[in-house]
Each structure stands twice: as structure tokens, then as C-alpha cells.
Design a protein. Structure first.
Length: 213
């Protein structure tokens, strides 16, 4: 058995943060596929009792530990490996961007994409327009930040970067707009992260793609 196990599925950008981190640090890990769409696994009593009471992915298993929430998992792996770890005063700055990401950027982008592609009912156009407006505002903030340096905190990538990329590698057609075409600094940054040894696309890194028809 691998040292780490990760409960995940390919369409989850939240899980992608953790899976990408595991790959980039060269960890021995294996995915545990969660049947979110057909079986509704995260909503079952068994999952919420035995895996994660919050009914979410990702969940990282390491020995007798089970860690949920991607920011917690990124921090744990960075501290254990010493890689992508913010140093000194960078720690609070990294946390600031991780919270911004979860609340504002991918926090809106994830639901927007889900409603467009996976929800049984299509979203109200006013709701979709609201979400898109918030997404565009947050992307503009990130794009402006990346004018200052190659990565979010400066010259080297940290867990802040790995949090912020959560949904940004998924195909443009899933969003209905092209993030990289409209934000040149984000595009260059995504290419830099993509060049890191161990990078893989979420649909290659985690199981469950394509969805069963």
C-alpha cells in the first residue's frame, strides 16, 4: 500500500489541489475514487461516518490520520516534505491567498462550472451571471498580483499557487469562456506551474473521467 491515499474524483478541483501537491512532492500515493455523481457517495451515512463528516473530497489518509479540506492537506504535506512551504512571514500571506481562493476565486468558479456541466437543472441565468461577475473580478485580482512576479508570493511556487490553480486547468468549454485568453499573466503562471516536474492535468491525475453516460 502506498504511503498516502487520497479520496478524490477527476472533476473536483478541490481534490486536484491535493492530488497535484502529492505528485509534485514525489509522494507515494494512490487515489481512492469517490462516486460523487452517480452513487452520491459523499452524501451517504457510511461516507460521513467513516471518511468525512462534512461529506466532501478531498480526504487525505496518512497512517492513522484522515485530513479534510484542501488547505489543511496542502499545509500538512508542505510541512512534512519541506516543499512549496511558505517561509517566515510568507506563511500568513500564503494563508491570505488560500482563503481568498476558497471564498472568492475557486469558491465561485467551482459552483459555476458544476451548474453548467453537472447539475440536473440548469442554473437561473441571473444566478449564472452573478457568479460569473464575481469570478471575473477575482481573476482580475489574481492577474494583477501576478504582474509582480512569477508566482503568487514571489520567485518560487508555494501552496498558495497550488491552491489557486484548483479549477484553472479544466477545459475552457466547461466554463464558457477562456481564462487564459483573457488574463495573460495567469496564462503565463499556469504554464510555469505546468512545467514543474510531476505536473499532470486533473483528468489524468485522478480517476473518474470521463463520466459514465
Amino acid at each position: 500500500m502506498a504511503e498516502y491515499q487520497l479520496y478524490c474524483f477527476a472533476q473536483s478541483g478541490n481534490a486536484y489541489r491535493a492530488a497535484l501537491m502529492l505528485n509534485l512532492i514525489g509522494a507515494e500515493w494512490e487515489p481512492i475514487w469517490v462516486d460523487f455523481f452517480v452513487g452520491g457517495e459523499t452524501r451517504t451515512p457510511e461516507y460521513r461516518t467513516n471518511v468525512n463528516e462534512m461529506g466532501e473530497v478531498p480526504v487525505l489518509v496518512h497512517g492513522d490520520k484522515k485530513l479534510a479540506q484542501s488547505g489543511v492537506i496542502l499545509t500538512y504535506l508542505a510541512e512534512r516534505s519541506g516543499k512549496f512551504l511558505p517561509a517566515g512571514e510568507e506563511r500568513l500571506e500564503a494563508l491570505r491567498w488560500i482563503i481568498f481562493d476558497n471564498q472568492k476565486l475557486n469558491g465561485f468558479l467551482g459552483p459555476f462550472r458544476f451548474l453548467r456541466n453537472f447539475a440536473k437543472l440548469k442554473p437561473d441565468p441571473a444566478v449564472a451571471e452573478f457568479l460569473k461577475g464575481r469570478i471575473m473580478g477575482s481573476l482580475a485580482i489574481l492577474d494583477k498580483r501576478l504582474q509582480r512576479g512569477p508566482f503568487v508570493l514571489g520567485e518560487r511556487p508555494t501552496i498558495a499557487d497550488l491552491s489557486l490553480v484548483a479549477y484553472l486547468y479544466y477545459p475552457a468549454q466547461e466554463f464558457g469562456f477562456d481564462i487564459t485568453a483573457e488574463h495573460k499573466h495567469i496564462a503565463a503562471w499556469l504554464d510555469r506551474i505546468k512545467a514543474l516536474p510531476g505536473w499532470k492535468h486533473p483528468y489524468e491525475l485522478m480517476p473518474g473521467y470521463p463520466l459514465a453516460s
